[in-house]
Design a protein around this ligand. Structure first.
Ligand code: ADP
Ligand code: ADP
Length: 239
């Protein structure tokens, strides 16, 4: 069975200028343990799709099943309980980190919200999350986000997600705001964390090169629809 099954998902935004058809009936599976890359030009519906899968944006039609649970039918409270398993990494890491908090408290944020995700101890899971992104809690734990680069902030945001021991990591343009020189480092650690922790990853980017470097399969979106979905070695740069 696939880990996620998306069937005929539709997302529309009502606006003063009329209805925006952001996602227009997409159907695909995500297999356990794979990295599925989602690529397409700006406005093709990638962000909307990720947000709708996580119920952060309301869908207009279709269904999303995660394991045995139909997310699109789920009430707020059961959805809230699933959120630690389904973690999201966003484009702008600095905006997502509270500048006044120490790194150790930022990485612990999810564990405070979902205490049932603490299986060993908060301290141990915070240290493990930081370790998974190549950071030592003894060195960075008491520092605050302002003293880190964009790439380091993205690693802290990833550590915060990993401390929850999620099942699926949803990445929305996680390296697009970073210098090219640090992009590869962040991509590598997403890949390494996925392997080490047995994660399933959905990775959205407008950059085909970036998507190909991390993905097992690639899904190409255009105007809210899937125009191709294939193993990464079958996806070619098109002019
Ligand atoms: P991508 O992530 O591929 O850039 P988006 O999902 O952000 O695509 O956008 C898909 C389409 O939906 C675009 O036409 C965009 O302008 C529109 N859109 C996105 N968010 C909203 C919104 N909150 N209200 C209205 N239209 C939106
Ligand atoms: P991206 O393309 O990286 O997804 P955008 O810069 O298109 O992001 O959009 C940034 C924010 O503006 C998002 O929250 C998106 O939902 C919202 N947005 C995008 N297009 C529209 C639109 N046409 N009307 C209203 N909000 C929009």
């Amino acid at each position: 069975d696939p880990l996620l099954r998306v069937e005929d998902l539709v997302v529309q935004y009502p606006t003063d200028a009329g209805t925006v058809h952001a996602v227009s009936g997409v159907t695909f599976d995500v297999h356990r343990g794979e990295t599925l890359g989602i690529v397409g030009e700006s406005g093709s519906g990638k962000s909307t799709l990720l947000r709708a899968l996580l119920r952060l944006t309301p869908h207009t039609g279709g269904s999303v099943r995660y394991r045995d649970t139909v997310l699109t039918d789920l009430g707020e409270e059961p959805m809230r309980r699933l959120r630690p398993s389904l973690q999201m990494i966003m484009q702008d890491p600095i905006a997502s980190l509270n500048p006044r908090r120490k790194v150790r408290d930022i990485v612990a944020e999810g564990l405070r919200i979902w205490p049932d995700r603490v299986t060993t101890s908060v301290e141990e899971q915070v240290a493990a999350g930081l370790d998974a992104v190549g950071m030592d809690i003894g060195i960075v734990g008491d520092r605050r986000p302002g003293s880190f680069s964009g790439g380091q902030c993205q690693r802290i945001a990833i550590a915060r997600a990993l401390a929850l021991r999620p099942d699926v990591l949803f990445c929305d343009e996680p390296v697009s705001a970073l210098d090219v020189s640090v992009q590869a480092r962040v991509l590598n650690l997403v890949h390494d964390a996925k392997e080490a922790l047995g994660l399933t990853v959905l990775f959205v980017s407008h950059d085909l090169g970036v998507v190909k470097s991390v993905s097992d399969r690639v899904m190409v979106m255009y105007l809210g629809r899937i125009c191709e979905i294939a193993p990464v070695e079958e996806i070619y740069e098109s002019p």
